[in-house]
Write a protein that binds this ligand. Structure first.
Ligand code: BTN
Length: 291
């Protein structure tokens, strides 16, 4: 075990020795590289893929100076309180199910946070971790095909664990929260990380064609976007309004456009920024719009 965890951080509660004693995974987190401050653990994760780092390597930092969020946003990453880490996945078999990686990671994270806090945690499509209508954690999954044909994905996870109210900007205070704020309890970062890595490893092991239907229904049970009126801002700049009716077999969001759209065929959304407009409506007839 001596070489499995590299510690470049002096932060007392991110101790290599302690993490070694907590980690019980086979591959995920072996090695784990622990840093004080980095630009972005996702950026470092991709750098590691150039050095033939083992599948499952984790890059963890106490703080980030340029933490990356989805849709080009910044992820606020102050030191000493929260978790910022990335999992490097290089096994070719994962490529076939790459579209499910962010969603499966979301299921595993919601389960772990629920177990540790006793609170009920939901997912907003694709993988915002939501508690009491506020965002608790986010996942940024990036994948690259290298020139030599090898493929790598970096799954970056940011969890607002012990943030206090004034750690969030005024703008964020209305939409973001932390596990500490919601449960009035302070959490040990490495204990949570070790529990999550163990859980996500078992979810990744299930990621095969035979299990996609089961994973899809687990995801759908937690996803609060379904049966809601939503607006989606697409990369193209277009905006779609409608009702989120289903999750497709690649994890995409299926949306029935509102009457204001000329074309009434269901739209499949693979990436975009979803806004929940209203609570679920009684008028939506599930039976006619889902498969
Ligand atoms: C989101 O916008 O919801 C995704 C946020 C993902 C943030 C994490 S923090 C660790 C990892 N490194 C990054 O630069 N981003 C992800």
């Amino acid at each position: 075990m001596g070489n499995l965890i590299h510690n470049f951080s002096e932060h007392a509660d991110l101790s290599r020795k302690v993490f070694q004693s907590l980690l019980s995974t086979k591959e995920i987190g072996r090695p784990t590289m622990i840093y004080n401050e980095v630009s972005s653990t996702n950026t470092l994760g991709f750098e590691e893929t150039q050095r033939q780092t083992p599948h499952g390597t984790v890059v963890l930092a106490d703080s980030q100076t340029a933490g990356k969020g989805r849709q080009g946003r910044l992820w606020h990453s102050p030191a000493g309180k929260n978790l910022y880490f990335s999992i490097v996945l290089t096994r070719p078999a994962f490529q076939a199910h790459a579209s499910w990686l962010p969603l499966v990671t979301g299921i595993a994270l919601a389960e772990t946070l629920e177990l540790i806090s006793g609170l009920s945690i939901s997912l907003k499509w694709p993988n915002d971790i939501i508690i009491h209508d506020k965002k608790l954690a986010g996942i940024l999954c990036e994948a690259r095909q290298h020139r030599d044909g090898t493929w790598a994905a970096v799954v970056g996870i940011g969890i607002n664990l012990n943030s206090d109210q004034d750690d969030f900007s005024e703008e964020l205070q209305g939409i973001a929260t932390s596990l500490k704020l919601e449960s009035h309890t302070k959490y040990d970062r490495l204990t949570l990380l070790a529990a999550f890595l163990k859980n996500v490893e078992s979810h990744y092991e299930r990621l095969s064609s035979e299990n996609i239907d089961a994973i899809r229904s687990e995801y759908m049970k937690r996803c609060i976007t379904l049966q809601r009126s939503i607006e989606v801002q697409l990369h193209s700049g277009n905006r779609v309004e409608g009702v989120a009716v289903d999750i497709g077999h690649d994890g995409e969001l299926l949306v029935m456009p509102s009457e204001s759209h000329e074309d009434q065929t269901i739209i499949s959304i693979r990436s975009g920024d979803v806004i929940h407009v209203r609570k679920p409506s009684q008028l939506i007839n599930k039976a006619t719009i889902s498969d």
